[in-house]
Design a protein around this ligand. Structure first.
Ligand code: IPE
Ligand code: IPE
Ligand code: MG
Length: 243
């Protein structure tokens, strides 16, 4: 049972999660890697549901990086199948909970069935007013920033933007996460302590928490422990802590 008490007035507005450790979980249980990923989607359901219930504004999940294409075809195929299954089985409940889904990343680089399912999920939930759920698929943060730079350049070339008007807000408004508050809390499971090309811009002042639990074992108690750790941090943004 979850016994950690959270300060509901100081919840992170935006939580980012690097869901890592499915492979090691499968190994540990002497299962095929695909079974680790499948177990990971179970953890995912709970975390999304609870984020919506406790009133997190934005949850951004790293599901598949541009670098993950370098894994075996069997593993990539399994991940793509799980992605499809996830949307098929969850979309009704997510929509009913007023969750608004946005995919971060290049959908055109995905197989057509996956691309269509993601586009449909975005369109169906576009006007929902609850939790904003960003799912990073075929996503890389450097590519996202390059894309924003290109969009700025196009506007300059078209004469609708002057170079001197390019500021942080102008770039930010061309990221996939435009309009979202910056990441307050970044969680990476499995004990790895790196960002792996995830939300580099958006995490400029994020608090990082690295639980050692493998992603399929990440339950509500573990999630709330991360939020409690966040609530214990002193966020200074370059200033001085209050006395
Ligand atoms: C994270 O688990 C899921 C994805 C990258 C899609 P991993 O598959 O990276 O798990 P480990 O790091 O091998 O344990
Ligand atoms: C990051 O995990 C990507 C996702 C969780 C989708 P990886 O397991 O791919 O990252 P590295 O290779 O350990 O940095
Ligand atoms: Mg990994």
């Amino acid at each position: 049972m979850d016994t950690i008490s959270l300060d509901v007035n100081r919840l992170p507005r935006h939580v980012g999660i690097i869901m890592d450790g499915n492979g090691r979980w499968a190994q540990r249980h002497k299962l095929k890697i695909a079974m680790g990923h499948r177990a990971g989607t179970e953890a995912l359901r709970e975390i999304i549901r609870n984020s919506s219930d406790i009133g997190i504004q934005v949850l951004t999940l790293y599901a598949f990086s541009t670098e993950n294409w370098s894994r075996s075809k069997a593993e990539v195929d399994a991940l793509m199948m799980l992605l499809l299954e996830f949307f098929q089985s969850e979309i009704d409940e997510l929509d009913q909970k007023q969750v608004r889904i946005l995919i971060l990343g290049d959908k055109d680089g995905l197989p057509p069935a996956q691309r269509d399912a993601l586009l449909r999920a975005e369109a169906r939930t576009a006007h929902n007013t609850g939790l904003k759920l960003n799912i990073a698929v075929n996503y890389g943060s450097r590519a996202e920033i390059v894309r924003a730079a290109r969009l700025l350049a196009q506007d300059v070339a078209a004469g609708v933007l002057a170079p001197q008007d390019i500021d942080e807000a102008a770039l930010e408004s061309r990221l996939y996460t435009a309009g979202d508050p910056p990441v307050d809390l970044l969680i990476r499971t499995s004990g790895e302590m790196r960002q792996s090309n995830f939300l580099l811009w958006q995490c400029a002042y994020a608090e990082f928490v690295f639980p050692t639990v493998l992603w399929p074992d990440f339950d509500l108690a573990a999630y709330h422990a991360c939020i409690a750790a966040y609530q214990g941090r002193s966020r200074r943004f370059g200033g001085r802590a209050e006395a």
